[in-house]
Design a protein. Structure first.
Length: 461
């Protein structure tokens, strides 16, 4: 039996932005979602991982307090308590969303897997409690926020070995004594930070020649130098085989010359990237085009190649951050309900790495900016401002990139304490097309770390 709706939303992460906007507009809405409400961010991404890295930050601060003349040490780490607090945070979010869904009128929530059978139409899979009809549902307008899942490389023995991902790692009851992490991106380095702070011996195996390779070269170098103080970093090698060894595991790697090396640890975690869920919802059946990585293709207004069908969030594989997905949902809804089109400015999407040290950036790298025209570049160290000197921060710095002719800010990148917080005024400036003097022309509190931003801009040359 076919049931029709004004709006069909696939995915209950950033897709919920569309659900609630459509309900406010008095429309009849169908929400399809096979996992927990809240999507990757709330359940296995941002919320739990940052709840874990926060106590790791405190541990590092205590360990480094000696440079300030403070003699301190970590007496004990209550891993069970840290994990319980993480679970409490995500359960609170789940319960809140469940209540909001349950009290919403004009909404049918299909908590099951589903796939497209033709344009605008999905078939529901499995048994649905309390649902006696609607095995086929159709929306006049379709919004796809189907997300992504962990990429598991084709490594010999990996399935038999047993491995952790960003999802299953949250179920641990005690920390491993040692851990090998396959991968070197955001997830890898943040969990390397967490587990090493918990007392584990952590080894990273990365295929590329650098960790966080999308960052500025200066930041990559400084980041790796700092992280190597508490994590063993191995670059330019790939894992080719894993297996069980006693109570632990082994990983065999190979470099570009074909030379092999064997690593052993108590466990292994795979953090080698993400893959699209477009195959799970059978987007091709709806005529929806995907790219070579199977992410859904959209224009700058988030419209797919199909009329009245929009996609956003991890489903499109660009700037895969919750704040980006939220903004994309806003733009998709606007374009679905207004004649005047809004476009997504991906250059204005900020990002952050919550490891030790922290990293944050927005806009273009210097290389990307120079490919577009002449630029000015400015750098300032934390130690160039009074608060940075007081903190005895020696590794941290900021890098600014601006258009030479107009002074318009094109990019800004920070490595060091509170980097994500410090970046925000630059994010606001870039989002509004502002030039460097938009920031340098305003007062900044002395002596505070926020002076780092105008200091870097004052050195543009």
């Amino acid at each position: 039996m076919l049931k029709e709706y004004d709006v069909l939303v696939v995915g209950a992460g950033v897709g919920l932005n569309i659900v609630f906007r459509a309900l406010e507009a008095g429309l009849k809405v169908a929400l399809v979602n096979k996992d927990y409400l809240g999507g990757t961010c709330l359940n296995v991404g941002c919320v739990p991982s940052k709840t874990l890295t926060y106590p790791a930050d405190r541990i590092r601060q205590i360990e480094e307090a000696g440079r300030l003349g403070v003699r301190a040490r970590v007496e004990e780490v209550d891993f069970a308590s840290i994990m319980a607090r993480m679970n409490k945070a995500r359960n609170h979010g789940r319960d809140f969303l469940k209540e909001e869904i349950e009290k919403s009128k004009n909404l049918d929530y299909y908590h099951t897997a589903a796939h497209f059978t033709e344009p605008y139409t999905m078939q529901l899979e499995g048994q649905l409690e309390g649902q006696s009809e609607g095995r086929l549902i159709r929306g006049k307008k379709v919004f796809i926020a189907s997300g992504s899942r962990p990429l598991i490389p084709p490594i010999k023995g990996i399935e038999q070995t047993g491995y952790l991902t960003n999802e299953t790692v949250l179920e641990l009851q005690k920390p491993p004594e040692s851990l090998i992490i396959i991968g070197g991106g955001y997830v890898a380095v943040e969990y390397a930070h967490f587990f090493s702070a918990m007392g584990a011996k952590v080894t990273i195996i990365e295929t590329r020649e650098s960790l966080i390779s999308q960052e500025e070269p200066e930041i990559v170098g400084a980041f790796e130098a700092e992280m190597s103080k508490y994590v063993q970093i191995n670059k330019g090698i790939r894992a080719i085989e894993t297996g069980r060894q006693g109570a632990g595991v082994f990983v065999i790697t190979q470099d570009k010359k074909g030379e092999e090396k064997r690593f052993t640890a108590g466990g292994v975690m795979v953090a080698a990237g993400r893959i699209s869920n477009a195959d799970l919802i059978k987007a091709a059946n709806a005529g929806i085009q995907t790219d070579e990585r199977n992410y859904i293709k959209v224009d700058d207004g988030l419209l797919t190649n199909m009329k009245d069908t929009w996609a956003f969030g991890d489903a499109i594989g660009r700037q895969m951050f919750t704040h980006a997905g939220d903004k994309e949902a806003e733009i998709a809804w606007h374009n679905a309900t207004h004649d005047e089109k809004m476009v997504m400015d991906f250059d204005a999407v900020p990002h952050a790495i919550f490891a030790h040290p922290q990293v944050a950036g927005v806009g273009l790298t210097e290389r990307q900016a120079r490919e577009r025209g002449e630029v000015l570049v400015g750098k300032a160290a934390y130690s160039d401002v009074a608060k940075g000197i007081a903190m005895q921060e020696k590794a941290g710095f900021a890098k600014a990139i601006a258009d030479k002719k107009t002074g318009k800010l094109l990019g800004f990148h920070i490595l060091g304490p509170l980097a994500p917080i410090l970046l925000q005024e630059v994010v606001n400036t870039i989002a509004n097309g502002g030039a460097a003097d938009y920031i340098t022309g305003s007062m900044h509190i002395f002596p505070e770390l926020s002076e780092l931003i105008p200091e870097a801009l004052a050195r543009l040359k």
